[in-house]
Design a protein around this ligand. Structure first.
Ligand code: FEO
Length: 172
């Protein structure tokens, strides 16, 4: 059997799925920015800052995929970004939703790996391992804040302390 050298050209199927993931990451950025705006409105500037940093991270995830597509000779096709929700009833509800959203994103990444695998696209499979690791962190950090908010319950002192804490998040 003859094996051709070099990285294979990306298949249409993988290209389409990566474009879909770019959209999902940009939607994540939009959702977190909307959550940030909600916190701003509640004068919880630390929470708002945390969400803004998160939104930037999501944009970076989208760009990582964007550059990867180019490196593989693929075409980037940007689609409309869905309008995010803008109203929540509490900080806990916001973070519970962020956690659920991250679980959904993990599912999308896993699906993307399956597609790459079905197309025998080893390079994409390898590239996606970074996202798999990142999702473990993303889920854990959102869940950690959910658990803290559950501890804080209705204590405004606790909420302000947490606000202070989250305000110290550094950009990566
Ligand atoms: Fe890009 Fe929060 O996953």
């Amino acid at each position: 059997m003859f094996f051709r050298g070099g990285v294979m050209k990306i298949t249409q199927k993988v290209e389409q799925e990566i474009n879909r993931q770019i959209n999902a990451e940009l939607y994540s950025a939009y959702l977190y920015l909307s959550m940030s705006a909600w916190f701003e409105g509640k004068n919880l500037s630390g929470f708002a800052h945390w969400m803004r940093v998160q939104a930037k991270e999501e944009e970076a995830h989208a760009l990582k995929l964007y550059h990867y597509l180019f490196n593989r000779g693929g075409q980037v096709e940007l689609e409309a970004i869905q309008k995010p929700k803008k109203q929540w009833s509490s900080a806990l509800e916001v973070f519970e939703e962020a956690y659920k959203h991250e679980q959904k994103v993990t599912g999308l990444i896993n699906n993307l790996v399956d597609v790459a695998c079905s197309q025998s696209d080893k390079a994409t499979e390898q590239f996606l391992t970074w996202f798999i690791d990142e999702q473990v962190e993303e889920e854990a950090s959102a869940d950690q804040i959910v658990q803290k908010l559950k501890l804080v319950k209705d204590s405004s002192t606790g909420l302000l302390m947490l606000d202070n804490n989250l305000g110290a998040r550094k950009e990566e």
